[in-house]
Ligand binder design. Structure first.
Ligand code: C2E
Ligand code: MG
Ligand code: MG
Ligand code: MG
Length: 278
């Protein structure tokens, strides 16, 4: 009996694994097609300056709903794309959309920066910086309207790769600003603070989510804000959902916030309308 039960669970495990592998390969196939047909979308989530209350930037977040596999969230999509190499194609798509949109907003009289998430794998392409600068030129988007969000994992790997640092410097010299995303959750090596051209520190939403739970967390987040300020960085908090969180962050001297309290990720049209009403 015990043996049978064991046999069963091994069987069901392997059928689960089989299902996962199958979904993965279907996703890869469909993604290739979707990229070809430009069937992905980008939504934008506002970032608000706490001093002025103005929307100063938006984060571009990729969205994909496929006829066959349904909605594939970025948390599922991005790792698969990274492993299959399709992340570079997603990057090109999002960069082009973001630059086009920033240029369009600028022509409407809106000075909105657009923040793009890029992974370290994309920067292993030696032509990454050049291709971003080409897209800026092609779309008529000024470099100072574009921000690039990198994670601590990216920073840690980039630290050891001169060609990535050089590409980042090239983009920084052109006027693009780098944001350290999900700060505090990855690999806290402070060496990359010395080496990489980072201008904005984005405190991870997991910290903000627990902000009201304990005094210890409050001291921690206050400390992160003070650290950022002392490094002359702009400090941005993500995942702000309540007015209480906002007020505490303001009290600590945090510069800007992003989160459901302001808005969830929305379409470009909704962004224009929201800016008009703020
Ligand atoms: P992220 O860059 O840290 O983006 C923030 C995520 O938190 C987004 O999830 C956003 O929708 C969500 N969020 C924003 N405000 C709140 C809030 O107040 N509460 C809560 N609970 N969540 C909030 P999303 O869009 O599902 O993206 C997940 C992650 O996938 C992103 O994390 C980013 O690392 C990655 N990602 C998204 N789009 C792209 C892309 O175009 N390229 C790359 N390489 N990665 C992307
Ligand atoms: Mg981000
Ligand atoms: Mg983040
Ligand atoms: Mg995050």
């Amino acid at each position: 009996n015990v043996r049978e039960a064991g046999g069963d669970s091994i069987l069901s495990l392997s059928s689960e694994t089989h299902k996962a592998l199958n979904r993965r390969s279907v996703i890869e196939k469909r993604l290739l097609l979707a990229l070809d047909q430009k069937n992905l979308k980008v939504l934008y989530q506002p970032q608000v300056d706490l001093q002025t209350g103005d929307i100063i930037a938006v984060e571009a977040l990729v969205r994909w709903e496929d006829e066959e596999v349904g909605v594939v969230s970025p948390d599922e999509l991005i790792p698969i794309a990274e492993e299959s190499g399709l992340i570079n194609n997603i990057g090109s798509f999002v960069i082009e959309e973001a630059c086009k949109q920033a240029a369009k907003w600028k022509n409407e009289g809106l000075n909105l920066k657009v923040s793009i998430n890029l992974s370290v794998r994309e920067f292993r392409d030696k032509n990454m910086a050049k291709s971003i600068l080409n897209t800026l030129e092609k779309t008529g988007c000024p470099a100072n309207l574009i921000q690039i969000e990198i994670t601590e994992k990216f920073a840690l790997e980039a630290e050891a790769e001169t060609s990535i640092i050089n590409q980042m410097r090239k983009l920084e010299n052109a006027g693009i600003v780098f944001v350290l995303d999900d700060f505090g959750t990855g690999y806290a090596s402070f060496r990359y603070m010395q080496l990489l051209p980072i201008s904005i520190l984005k405190i991870d939403q997991a910290f903000i989510g627990s902000l009201l739970q304990s005094e210890k967390t409050q001291r921690l987040i206050n400390g992160m804000v003070q650290f950022g300020k002392s490094m002359n960085l702009i400090v941005l908090a993500e995942g702000v959902e309540t007015i209480e969180q906002r007020n505490l962050l303001e009290q600590y001297g945090c510069d800007a916030i992003q989160g459901f309290l302001i808005s969830k990720p929305i379409t470009e049209l909704e962004v224009s309308n929201l800016v008009a009403t703020v």
